[in-house]
Design a binder for this molecule. Structure first.
Ligand SMILES: *Cc1c(COP(=O)(O)O)cnc(C)c1O
Length: 408
């Protein structure tokens, strides 16, 4: 049975059940944020409607209930990525916040002038700028691992850069948001460690497409955002190995992260609270737990089945349009298709197909260095998820044919 002809999960996403301007919603922008299933929405509503209270404070039922649910999400996330201890799960505002945390705490404290931080040509601005800020503060240098035309990291070049000897830290994405490339994290982590460097993985895209096992990958840090894994905005996760997190200084100060405060000297709370200053995004963390339940219920086997089918169908369909070019043809890639037409500006494409009710992303995808490498100002990107079906792709195809004839 084709899962994309009769998608069994589609009905769980209320956004898709409506018409906008009289048109079916064709949502092809899951790389920017995924839609939310009903159970995640219900959990947010339940907290605000019936269960509001702060966490880690009150000794009354409402607060204990919120705290239990909040902490339960930590267990669920630890299990989802196979962390060895729940204290290795830090709640952040998202991937960007997690990168900044490690840049300002770890890198700023433990790297020094002359040390090198390696990034790849494929990175999202969130996995570039925070390291640049920290590097400027301590006098460290950023170097870039090159990629090939297909959008794959060149491992030989990576090894050469590591062999220079001054690399102390590597940060790469698990999956490229712009091209869909799945990077060989396990191998890259082994190589980094063999050269005495740590590796941070930007898992913003990885978490929803791949079964992540941080112990197997042996990465030192792994970060992701709730809103790209069927959960709410405003919450994300930093996983870090316990010994590293323990030796890192706090990133932000405030309530919850302290042990004893005096004006002379403050001592800090234990992990994970040391890195969670202030009232957290309680409803969002609790609902992130529902998003994890949702992913577990569907399972990565089914996620892969649907996404593989979608990617294959969409790639063939789009390539059948004369003049259309796909950027990113890595052997190992997920259901993201970046494309363009020679001679038509990507923004014109997006504006015209929006009139057909189709949501795709057009722009530099927060990856200007990558666009420079591809030698384009922008690309159009259709990023597909478990709720998309064959009809979505057929409608995209029809709309693109229309755009093309408009410019001929
Ligand atoms: C979305 C994204 C980020 C940033 O995530 P935020 O939720 O905006 O913090 C970083 N890296 C990649 C690869 C992304 O796709």
């Amino acid at each position: 049975m084709s899962l994309i002809e009769n998608n069994p999960y589609r009905h769980e996403f209320p956004v898709l059940g409506q018409l906008i301007n009289g048109k079916k919603v064709v949502y092809l922008d899951s790389g920017a944020t995924t839609l939310k299933p009903q159970e995640v929405i219900n959990e947010i509503t339940r907290y605000y409607q019936l269960e509001t209270s702060n966490v880690h404070r009150g000794l009354y039922w409402l607060s204990e209930n919120a705290t239990t649910k909040f902490e339960k999400t930590r267990d669920k996330v630890a299990a989802l990525i196979n962390a060895s201890d729940r204290k290795e799960i830090i709640f952040t505002k998202g991937t960007t916040d997690a990168v900044n945390l490690v840049a300002q705490s770890y890198v700023r404290s433990f790297l020094k002038k002359g040390d090198v931080i390696l990034l790849s040509q494929l990175e999202h601005h969130s996995n570039i700028v925070p390291w640049q800020l920290a590097a400027e503060q301590i006098g460290a240098t950023i170097k870039v691992i090159p990629i090939n035309e297909a959008g794959e990291i060149l491992l030989t070049e990576y090894k050469n850069l590591l062999a220079l000897g001054d690399v102390k830290f590597v940060s790469v994405n698990h999956i490229s948001n712009a091209l869909g490339t799945i990077n060989p994290i396990r191998e890259m982590a082994q190589l980094a460690h063999a050269h005495g460097a740590l590796i941070f993985v930007d898992g913003a895209q990885g978490i929803a497409h791949e079964k992540v096992n941080v112990q197997n990958l042996d990465c030192d840090f792994y970060a992701f955002s709730g809103h790209k894994m069927f959960g709410p905005t405003g919450v994300g996760v930093l996983y870090g190995k316990m010994d590293l997190l323990n030796k890192m200084p706090p990133y932000q100060g405030g309530g919850d992260m302290i042990d004893v405060v005096t004006f002379e000297k403050t001592t800090y709370n234990d992990l994970p609270h040391k890195f969670e200053a202030g009232t957290p995004a309680i409803a969002e963390v609790i609902a992130l737990g529902s998003a994890v339940d949702f992913i577990n219920r569907i399972g990565f086997e089914n996620i892969h089945k649907i996404e593989t089918e979608l990617l294959e169908y969409a790639t063939n369909k789009l390539l059948s349009i004369p003049g259309l070019r796909i950027y990113g043809t890595a052997k190992n890639k997920t259901s993201v298709i970046s494309f363009g037409f020679d001679g038509i500006h990507p923004h014109d494409i997006a504006t015209l197909i929006d009139k057909e009710g189709i949501s795709i992303r057009t722009g530099h995808h927060c990856a200007q260095p990558l666009m420079k490498f591809l030698n384009v100002p922008a690309t159009c990107r259709a990023s597909l998820s478990i709720y998309n079906n064959k009809e979505d792709i057929d409608l995209l195809y029809k709309a693109l044919i229309k755009v093309k004839s408009f410019f001929e």
